[in-house]
Design a protein around this ligand. Structure first.
Ligand SMILES: CC(C)(COP(=O)(O)OP(=O)(O)OC[C@H]1O[C@@H](n2cnc3c(N)ncnc32)[C@H](O)[C@@H]1OP(=O)(O)O)[C@@H](O)C(=O)NCCC(=O)NCCS
Length: 407
């Protein structure tokens, strides 16, 4: 199993401190340098809506901000429907002049110590590069599948009922109806993140810089779901931006309507799950062409008993797990008794474990996205084959996880 217990060796001139409201322009400047963009004043005002300085840490060298990490508060849904409070780690960067000196490691250590002190059970992030966050205990928890649908040839199976119910609505109306629809979607989708009013306002502000050269947003609404999209007229493409459905009927009706958009050759969806129902709705499933598959959201378990007690399992399970967590030392032995109707996970220091698992792999299993068998073959989970099979069945959810909000 991999080892990672590199010490924090911060250069002496560098100090860490909590951000203040006045830091925002300097934070945006530093972030823009790291990610290659300039923020306008309007954009900065937009960011201010989500910015809580108490949730941001900065590294300072001679008065200059040279490192940042922050977080947003979310609730995240577990298999079975329970939601847990989670920190969504964001705005991570270190100045190009100060890289590979341990600043990120120091920021991460401090930030995650605070998460633990606050009693948070899990932290989440989306990663700019895949090699950064495993060392801090994060594992890939949701996936993005990017697919192109050849609209003219994508016809729903004849036996799929056309139940209608779809209306085109403007952004103001969507802003009113979508939060409730999204909540209903999130309650049944493992990995789904909650959206508060500030998030809705920012996502639907629909500024020029959010459009990537395509039109402003269009929306289709159904009593049980909605989809927002843009049209890239040059490419004759409809880009699905956001979709949340609380019933299969809404899902089918909204896809049927998207596929009726004359003058569009391709419907591009960036966040499909690996076995998305739309392909099975079509007479010819090959018309949903996967053009990319990427890690989506990463999860880091901070409180093993809290998260494993809160989720539900596909089969009855009674196991002692030995969780390895070199970065935060939140691992150890835990007894997990659970099933479809409930679960209890408690520390079990003296018990003999049947499986040893890296905390990264536990993050990958948390929302039911990963396969325990694959993790075992990759050396992140060690157990007898029968135990691996049982864990695989227990941790898999009925539905592939989706986080729904990029942060
Ligand atoms: C990623 C970034 C924050 C790293 O900051 P840093 O201060 O150089 O990182 P540290 O020196 O603390 O490195 C900590 C460890 O991560 C490794 N690491 C850091 N950046 C890495 C990268 N991009 N790829 C692979 N490993 C990386 C270091 O080698 C070090 O490894 P070790 O613990 O085995 O010694 C910085 O390179 C950056 O700002 N990049 C551009 C913006 C970005 O991608 N941010 C992340 C957004 S999700």
């Amino acid at each position: 199993m991999p080892h990672n217990d590199a010490p924090t060796l911060l250069p002496p001139s560098i100090t860490l401190r909590r951000a203040t409201p006045a830091d925002l322009p300097a934070l945006a400047e530093a972030d823009g340098r790291a990610f290659g963009q300039h923020y306008s004043d309007e954009h900065l005002e937009e960011i201010r809506r989500l910015f809580d300085p108490d949730r941001f840490l900065v590294a300072v060298d001679a008065g200059e901000i040279v490192g940042i990490t922050g977080s947003y508060p979310f609730d995240v849904t577990l298999p079975g429907g329970a939601a847990l409070p989670a920190a969504g780690v964001t705005w991570v960067s270190v100045a190009v002049t100060h890289r590979r000196r341990g600043i990120l490691r120091a920021l991460m250590a401090e930030q995650h110590r605070a998460f633990v002190a606050d009693g948070l059970p899990v932290s989440l992030l989306t990663a700019s590069e895949g090699a950064i966050y495993g060392r801090f205990g994060y594992g890939v928890a949701t996936e993005h599948r990017e697919a192109e649908v050849t609209r003219r040839r994508a016809v729903l199976r004849r036996d799929v009922p056309d139940t209608g119910g779809v209306r085109q609505v403007g952004t103001a109306e969507l802003r009113r109806i979508a939060p409730e629809l999204h909540r209903r979607w999130a309650a049944q989708t493992p990995g789904a993140l909650s959206r508060d009013d500030a998030w809705w306002d920012v996502l639907l502000a629909d500024h020029e810089w959010q459009r990537g050269g395509a039109t402003a947003l269009f929306h289709l609404a159904h009593p049980d779901g909605y989809v927002s999209y843009r049209i890239d007229r040059g490419a004759q493409t409809c880009r699905v931006v956001d979709m949340a459905t609380a019933t299969d009927e809404a899902y089918t009706a909204l896809w049927r309507t998207l596929l009726a958009l004359d003058l569009v050759e391709t419907v591009l969806a960036r966040s499909l799950t690996p076995a998305e129902p739309v392909q099975f709705l079509l007479a010819d499933p090959r018309q949903v062409r996967t053009v990319g598959q990427y890690d989506g959201m990463w999860a880091r378990v901070l409180d093993v008993p809290a998260v494993l007690s809160a989720r539900r399992y596909g089969t009855e399970l009674d196991v002692v797990l030995d969780v390895r967590d070199p970065f935060l030392d939140r691992g150890g032995r835990f007894r997990l008794r659970g099933g479809p109707d409930g679960a209890e996970c408690t520390p079990a220091a003296g018990a003999a474990p049947v499986a040893t698992i890296e905390v990264t792999a536990l993050g990958s299993l948390l929302f039911g996205g990963a396969d325990a068998g694959s993790l075992a073959r990759a050396g992140l989970l060690a157990a007898e084959p029968a135990v691996v099979r049982r864990l695989a069945t227990a941790f898999r959810g009925e539905r592939a996880p989706q986080h729904g909000t990029e942060f």
